[in-house]
Design a binder for this molecule. Structure first.
Ligand code: MN
Ligand code: MN
Length: 296
């Protein structure tokens, strides 16, 4: 594990996240927000570990801007900005929620408090079920409920979801945190009218390579090589294939690669009762008597 690369990625991610928190996004399109955050990551010497997620209101996660996405953030929106930075494949994954409707500020505060409380109990040997419990309790004390079927995760080089889940509710079965691994903790909080679960939506605009196996289609294989070369096995967006491919060609080739099961697509995740969802996220490495939060 290259701790220096995790730290370097985290430093860029936290600066970019704090700039995104301070900015007034009302009136901006989702394209403008994604493009400017991704440009800032690169200007600071990082690479994007995945397309910036800009999930509005009841969309909890996994929405990124389409090419020229003209959807505008309004004065009543709650926007989750989830960004990833990688340095030599070592990833910092972090998120902030900006909220322009004061009625929902408590959801943002609950997600932030749950994340803070969770991190305060983590060290080498902490049980993941205790983290789920403290996130659930903190969320409920603040008038929200946690999303049970979204969770944090262990990270590996070039792998965002490396197998272990860091739960947002108390749950049976757990692992203990190790100093040899990085993890992301990411409480998602909805209102008391929410179901506390997300379902898959129809939109799919985040993709990743599933395998490097070649197809029988030479033109599609050229896109395959391009994806591997640029993004490795990490997620990407259609807008990242342009201008090397025209939007039309990129869409049809991507559809082909999905049919061949060489590329997978990720659906947006939507709160089942249509309630708004807030999120906070940090990446950290456990230590003997505490934790190094790389994205602090
Ligand atoms: Mn994230
Ligand atoms: Mn994450």
């Amino acid at each position: 594990m290259e701790i220096q690369d995790y730290i370097a990625a985290g430093k860029i991610a936290s600066t970019v996240r704090e700039n995104a928190r301070k900015k007034d996004h009302v009136g901006s399109t989702l394209s403008e927000i994604c493009n400017s955050i991704e440009r800032e990551i690169e200007q600071k010497g990082g690479k994007c570990a995945f397309p910036v997620n800009v999930s509005l209101n009841e969309i909890a996660a996994h929405y990124t801007a389409e090419p020229n996405d003209q959807k505008v953030v309004t004065e009543s929106d709650l926007l989750k900005i989830d960004l990833g930075v990688q340095v030599n494949g070592y990833i910092a994954d972090t998120a902030v929620t900006v909220c322009y409707d004061p009625n929902y500020d408590y959801l943002v505060q609950a997600a932030e408090a749950a994340l803070r409380e969770a991190i305060s109990i983590i060290h080498v040997g902490t049980k993941s079920s205790d983290v789920g419990k403290i996130i659930e309790n903190t969320t409920k004390q603040m008038g929200g409920i946690p999303i049970a079927n979204l969770s944090g995760h262990s990270l590996e080089r070039y792998t965002i979801h490396a197998g272990k889940s860091v739960p947002n509710i108390w749950s049976i079965g757990s692992f203990t945190f190790q100093a040899t691994e990085a993890y992301a903790c990411e409480p998602f909080v909805t209102t008391s009218d929410g179901s506390g679960f997300v379902r898959e939506g129809k939109i799919r605009n985040i993709f990743s390579l599933a395998t490097r196996k070649k197809t029988k289609d030479d033109y599609a294989n050229r896109l395959l090589d391009f994806i591997w070369d640029k993004f490795n096995m990490l997620p990407f967006a259609l807008r990242w294939l342009i201008p090397e491919w025209s939007e039309k060609d990129a869409r049809s080739l991507l559809d082909k690669l999905i049919q061949y099961k060489v590329v997978r697509s990720y659906p947006i995740l939507v709160e089942v009762n249509g309630q708004r969802v807030a999120q906070a996220e940090h990446t950290f490495i456990p230590q003997q008597n505490g934790v190094t939060v790389t994205t602090i």
